[in-house]
Design a binder for this molecule. Sequence first.
Ligand code: ADP
Ligand code: MG
Length: 366
Amino acid sequence: MEVLLKNLTKVFPSRNKKSGEEVVAVNDMTITIPDGKLVGLLGPSGCGKSTTLYMICGLQKATGGQIFFGKDDVTNLTPENRGVGLVFQNYALYPHLTVKQNILFPLQNLKGEDKLSKDEMLKRAIDVARLVQIDNLLDRKPSELSGGQQQRVAIARALVKMPRVLLLDEPLSNLDARLRLQTREEIRRIQRETKITTVFVTHDQEEAMSISDEIVIMKLGVVQQIGKPQDVYDSPANLFVAKFLGTPPINVFSGCVKNEKVYIGRDMIMDAKGVEDQEVWVGIRPEGFVLDEKGPLHCEMNAVEVMGRDVSIVASNSSAATPTIRAIIPSDSGVDHSGKSVTFSLKPYKTFIFNKETEERIYLEK
Ligand code: ADP
Ligand code: MG
C-alpha cells in the first residue's frame, strides 16, 4: 500500500492565548512512502515526527493537506477505518491481560463483516505470535516479560488486524543497547516477511540508516531530504543533514571560495570551478582525511585514539567550528603518535561546501 502525504500541515494553537505563538509542528510535507517499503522518519526531538505519524493513523487531525493510502483519500477517516497498526515507545500493553489476550484484544472489537469467529481469532493471534517469536509466552502477563518481549507483543498486537500500514514511534527507545540492536533486526525481518508498508520514527540516525529502505530527514516540521540512507549520507542537501548523519559527526570548518578555490584559513584545499567568491562552511567526513605530509590542510595534533582497525586523530584548527576535529584513518597508515602537527589531503567525495547563510549545499563539478 503506497502512502502519499500531500502538503500535510499541522498547526497547534498557542497554549497561552495572550503571548504564546502557535506551533507549526509539520509544515507542508509532501512525501511518498513506497508500497512494501520501510521508511525511516528521522530528526531531532520536537521536529514533528510523532505528529506526522499521528496524522497518518488519524489520532491527530491535519490542519491542511491530504493523506492517501493507494487511491483512497483517508484524510477524514477515523483511526479504526484506516487499517493502520501503531506501536509506541512504551509498549502500552494491558497489564491485567495475558500476552494472548493482549494480542486478541483488537480482534474482539471488530464489527459487521469484519467480525471473526473465536477459532479464526485464535489462529490469527497464534500466527502473529509465531511471526514475532513469542508463541511460547502466550500465557504470561506483561510484567513477566522483558522489555524486548513486551515490545514484540505490542508489534504482534499491531499486526493482528493485518494493517495496510504499520507505524512505529521510537519503538526501541526503552530497550537497552543490546536488545535495541536485536529488536531492530527483528523489526526488519518482520517487515520484509509481511511486506507491510512501514513508517519507523526515530531520532537515532544510526538506527534509521541501518533499518530503512529510505529515510526522510526533518527539521522544525520541514522535510530536509529524502533518499536511500547511503545516498543521503554521501550527498547531503544541506549542512543540517550533513551534521545529523554519521558517527563521529562530520567536521565543519569556516572557509571561503576565492578565485574558484576553496580555502580553510590559508590552506587551499580544493578547486571550486564556477563557484562565485563567498564565505562557506566546509564539511569533511572523518573518513575523508588522508595522512599526507604534502597535503594542503594543516592541523595541530591533540591525541591519537587507538580503535584497532582504525585510529582516530583528534586535532584542532583555528577555522574549525568545533574545538576539536576528528579524522578516522587506517591504523597501518603510519601516524606519528607523538607528533605536534598533522597534515592531511582530503578525499574530494567526502568534502562538501555549503552556503554560509542558507547552509544549502553548493555542488561542485567533478
Ligand atoms: P517529535 O516526535 O519529532 O519529537 P512532535 O511531533 O511530538 O515531535 O512535536 C512537534 C512540535 O509540536 C513540538 O514543538 C511540540 O512541542 C509540538 N506539539 C506536539 N503535540 C502538541 C500538542 N498536542 N499541542 C501543542 N503542541 C504540540
Ligand atoms: Mg515523538
